[in-house]
Design a protein around this ligand. Structure first.
Ligand code: API
Length: 278
């Protein structure tokens, strides 16, 4: 089986051309869980299958988290796959990518910089009081993108850069497992550190740990902050452990109409999977 490895701002993915491999959903889940293991296999935050379009797009992307669960969408994954799609001749500089959560539009900006329009904001709750799995109460914003929706919470942590990582990881895990989130949620911790400048650290559902970047989480968090009036929504710069992402929000009053995510991509490797555990 051939694979490609890419990352977008440190959020890393294994890409399989499923037009060649014909993996069933059950097999794909197992392959993702096996290959995404750090140290034991290739290692990645997730795996994406590329399939032929079914709904008028250029091609279809199916995203699996590193634990083998299906993710409705992945923003950094979509940016990477847009580059893959362009360079492998599946699409032009502007493309339509079919995802589980709906159509995502992508644009090539430079050789390595790609922009996507994330799925529509289908729910936005600016203030939600959540009881974490450990019993702690926490105020957050809650955002869903697409249909079926990808769930995100945004939690402000002043002094995020210096915060104790282990305590934050425990809080992330407890919030991610809160009974108040029926589908679970990705937990985006943020700190506003300047004008339209935000630091972010995301605890991801399906990875069950912090990742270096989470594109849909960054877009969701900035969408909430824009409606709260805390950032302008115009090219907001977000510093994440793996690099820098930029978000632009279009709105109609208090309704978010478009969320655009821009950031870097990297083609890391391509080759043949030899993993004997498959
Ligand atoms: N890292 C991804 C999000 C993956 C979503 C996944 N963790 C889930 O909740 O299914 C991104 O860049 O948007």
């Amino acid at each position: 089986m051939k694979f490609t490895k890419m990352h977008g701002a440190g959020n890393d993915f294994i890409i399989i051309d499923n037009r060649e491999e014909n993996l069933t959903p059950e097999r794909a889940s197992y392959v993702a869980k096996t290959l995404c293991q750090r140290r034991l296999s290739i290692g990645a935050d997730g795996m994406m299958l590329v399939d032929a379009a079914q709904a008028g797009g250029d091609y279809r992307m199916t995203f699996y988290n590193s634990d083998g669960s299906l993710g409705e969408m992945c923003g950094n994954g979509a940016r990477c796959i847009a580059r893959y799609g362009f360079e492998r001749g599946l699409a032009g500089e502007t493309q339509h990518i079919e995802t589980t959560a709906g159509m995502v539009k992508g644009w090539r900006q430079t050789e390595r910089q790609y922009k996507v329009r994330l799925n529509d904001v289908t729910k936005l709750q600016l203030v939600k009081n959540v009881t974490a799995a450990g019993g702690q109460e926490c105020a957050c914003s809650y955002i869903e993108l697409g249909d079926p929706p990808l769930p995100h919470a945004a939690v402000e942590i002043e002094g995020l850069e210096k915060a104790d990582r282990d305590k934050l990881r425990t809080l992330g895990r407890d919030l991610r497992n809160s009974p108040d989130f029926p589908k679970g949620a990705n937990i985006n911790f943020y700190d506003i550190i300047g004008e339209d400048l935000v630091r972010e650290l995301t605890y991801e559902r399906g990875v069950e740990d912090f990742t270096y970047a989470c594109g849909t989480g960054t877009g969701s968090m900035v969408a909430a902050l824009t409606i709260m009036g805390r950032v302008s929504g115009n090219n907001v710069k977000v510093l994440v452990p793996g690099g820098e992402l930029f978000i632009t929000i279009e709105r109609d009053g208090d309704r978010v109409t478009d969320v655009y995510l821009t950031g870097p991509t990297n083609f890391v490797a391509e080759g043949t999977v030899l993993d004997e555990d498959l």
